[in-house]
Design a protein around this ligand. Structure first.
Ligand SMILES: O=P(O)(O)OC[C@H]1O[C@H](O)[C@H](O)[C@@H](O)[C@@H]1O
Length: 461
């Protein structure tokens, strides 16, 4: 498809439009009674199971969506991204956040240069620095070890790291490494956020990490100046060198602000802010809190799904399937929203992260094509969500009895903190949860630790 051709002018799109009438006649009840269909709509990868059998779609729909992906040259586009081509056409940049979690020996080129060694130089520097801070080899201005960290940042320089921090807090191994330490996030320009974040902390034992890709974002810079003053007022201006470090692509402005460039951790303009959690943006604060070895496991997990996304055929490709289903729900079925419902408190900050990341609400959802042509169809979706069971006592009833909203339920087979009370229905125990989510003839659930199940409530009809 030529780049100026709109996807809605392709045969694949028109075919899906025609197919809508068939789908509108079907009821979820009938779709679910087709065992062959349901079994084909499960994909497993690396401990994750995607079950999309409850989507308002038949196998025919899915085949037509694959044709749409072909018409959109999706495979070529994925390859162009991994090859470092400048697919960010508005800024004329590569989009290479996958390089941030690539193994040390990988080769990923941007402008003819392998970027992986630069990535690992920064990761090594973070490892070394975080170990010095955690061990007390790096001390503050009064000679005391720094046990608390305030990370200042907003948008992509905040939501991803907050999400991962919240997810790790109750992981037994991560919690062990974080003992006696605190990590806090300051984002809002409202001084209440400053007050809340410094309450109970002392400048003497606190390290401030200023996180900003541009180092010009108004909220972040004001909060950075406020905490610089908090440190200077208590310990004198020279203490800033020991108590403030930065993460940025703009090292000139970091230095101008008064932070020693040796204590700055770089990333690159080929990392979109919303995808930056695997750069120093997330890796530095999280390593300070949990140690680099814990964070390295997170990077390995991200790399594993990158490889899957790059090489798995579309029928088994979880990110591609989720993307195609989203197009089907939004642009064909006309559902404007999607609820993200993780049954785990550890994923409490997942929905806010997804709202900004994954191009869902920050980049997509705008009214024009990549060439600026107004689109005659809806794109993007309104993502929102809360962990179950809290959401059940808040907004589920509208979804169940009022509006049709596609829901992504995320179940966890193996809890970070299992509790088992004999006979209690909502008890959260490894075995109990596995049995709860297991279905006859499904996959070997014993090894599945994370289950994704998608369901559309068809309203009250
Ligand atoms: O990291 P910074 O340069 O401070 O930018 C923080 C945020 O600013 C804006 O909201 C951008 O749209 C976001 O993508 C970015 O993450």
């Amino acid at each position: 498809m030529a780049s100026s051709t709109l996807i809605c002018d392709t045969e694949a799109w028109k075919d899906l439009k025609d197919h809508l009438d068939d789908i509108k006649k079907t009821h979820l009840r009938d779709l679910m009674s087709d065992t062959g269909r349901c079994q084909s709509m499960m994909v497993e990868f690396d401990g994750m199971l995607l079950d999309y059998s409850r989507q308002r779609a038949t196998l025919d729909t899915i085949n037509k969506l694959y044709k749409l992906a072909e018409a959109a040259s999706l495979k070529e586009k994925i390859h162009r991204m991994f090859n470092g081509e400048r697919i960010n056409s508005t800024e004329n940049r590569s989009v290479l956040h996958v390089a941030l979690r690539a193994s040390r020996d990988a080769v990923i080129q941007s402008d003819g240069k392998n970027v992986v060694p630069d990535v690992w130089n920064v990761l090594d520097k973070i490892k070394e620095f975080s170990e010095r801070v955690r061990s007390g080899a790096w001390v503050g201005a009064t000679g005391k070890a720094l046990k608390d960290v305030v990370a200042i940042g907003i948008g992509g320089s905040f939501l991803g790291p907050l999400f991962v921090h919240t997810a790790l807090q109750t992981d037994p191994e991560a919690a062990k490494w974080a003992k006696g330490r605190q990590l806090r996030f300051l984002a809002n320009v409202d001084p209440i956020d400053v007050a809340r974040n410094i309450t109970g902390l002392y400048p003497e034992t606190t390290l401030v990490v200023v996180v900003s890709k541009t180092f010009t974002t108004a909220e972040t810079m004001l909060n950075a100046r406020t905490l610089r003053e908090w440190i200077s007022a208590a310990l004198g201006p020279s203490a800033v060198a020991k108590h403030m470090v930065a993460v940025s692509t703009n090292l000139t402005l970091v230095e101008k602000f008064g932070i020693d460039p040796n204590n700055a951790f770089a990333f690159w303009d080929w990392v979109g802010g919303r995808y930056s959690v695997c750069s120093a943006v997330g890796v530095l604060p999280l390593s300070l809190q949990y140690g680099f070895s814990v964070v390295e496991k997170f990077l390995k997990g991200a790399s594993s799904i990158d490889q899957h996304f790059y090489s798995a055929p579309f029928e088994k490709n979880i990110p591609v399937l989720l993307g195609l289903l989203s197009v089907w729900n939004v642009s064909f079925l006309g559902y404007p929203a999607r609820a993200i419902l993780p049954y785990s408190q550890a994923l409490e900050k997942f929905a806010p992260h997804i709202q900004q990341a994954c191009q869902l609400m920050e980049s997509n959802g705008k009214g024009v094509s990549i060439d600026g042509v107004p689109l005659p169809f809806e794109t993007g979706e309104i993502d929102f969500g809360e962990p179950g069971t809290n959401g059940q006592h808040s907004f589920y009833q509208l979804i169940h009895q009022g509006r049709v909203i596609p829901c992504d339920f995320i179940g966890i087979a193996k809890s970070q903190q299992p509790v088992y009370l004999k006979g209690e229905v909502v008890s959260n125990h490894d075995e109990l949860m596995s049995n709860f989510f297991a279905q006859p003839d499904a996959l070997a659930y014993g090894k599945v630790t994370f289950i994704l199940s998608l369901l559309i409530f068809p309203g009250v009809d």
